[in-house]
Design a protein around this ligand. Structure first.
Ligand code: MD3
Ligand code: FE
Length: 216
């Protein structure tokens, strides 16, 4: 019975610095998780999740969508940001105010006062889905930070170095964790290990990750 009282205590975000410029705000968005997920549902009703094809011809195990002025897309022609969703042939939905505020506030908490994202990539992981080690470098100005928000099932995130061969740190990202990637860590290799099956009260069988970016 008294456990319920503990569960309702507001817990401060626990801040962890992985590397210079890479700051994890553990649990930062946890109280808002259901509202944030409702925003994801609204966005992906207009711009449905889809499994993109890599330039090499492989179907990505992570399903993706976007909101914002542009969205990240991949096909046999390559990776790029596009103002038109190739699936619906319409503009992407705008970034909802709640998501925008969260990203800007988190950046500020991590010490970055100037962040105006123009794109938000939404990744949906089902059991077994993974993201291989990669760098994010399709943005015009690579000095601009990226803010990531995780919802639903937890996943093991791999944080490497500037070389693919560098040893990776493993970080468990759970619901409400927000990570700010700026400064020297912006070009570090990173990935997500295959998602373990489970059930989340917020998202059901899925993990959702949102990455807010300034692309131009
Ligand atoms: C470190 N997403 O969408 S978020 C991606 O959990 C991506 O879905 C992962 O990698 C996910 O590109 C990881 C954390 C993240 C995002 C961007 C980064 C870490 C980063 C850019 C530079 C360094
Ligand atoms: Fe990435």
């Amino acid at each position: 019975m008294t456990m319920d009282l503990f569960d309702q205590l507001p817990h401060d975000p626990w801040i962890e610095t992985l590397a210079p410029g890479a700051v994890v705000l553990h649990h930062y968005a946890r109280q808002q998780a259901a509202l944030l997920f409702a925003d994801v549902i609204a966005i992906t009703t207009a711009a449905p999740f889809r499994h993109l094809i890599t330039p090499g011809g492989y179907r990505m195990s992570v399903a993706m969508s976007n909101c914002g002025q542009v969205g990240w897309v991949s096909d046999k022609q390559g990776y790029r940001y596009s103002s038109i969703d190739p699936l619906t042939e319409k503009s992407w939905p705008a970034i909802p105010a709640r998501l925008m505020t969260l990203a800007v506030d988190a950046a500020q908490q991590a010490g970055f006062s100037q962040f105006e994202p123009d794109a938000c990539l939404i990744n949906r992981y089902e059991a077994g889905a993974k993201l291989s080690l990669h760098q994010d470098k399709d943005e015009l100005d690579l000095r601009q930070l990226i803010v990531s928000v995780s919802l639903g099932l937890a996943a093991v995130f791999q944080f490497g170095g500037l070389a693919r061969e560098a040893k990776c740190l493993r970080v468990l990202l759970t619901e409400g964790d927000v990570v700010v990637w700026g400064g020297p860590s912006r070009l570090n290799y990173h990935g997500v290990l295959p998602l373990k099956a489970g059930f989340s009260a917020t998202t059901g069988a899925y993990r959702i990750n949102l990455t807010f970016r300034r692309t131009r």
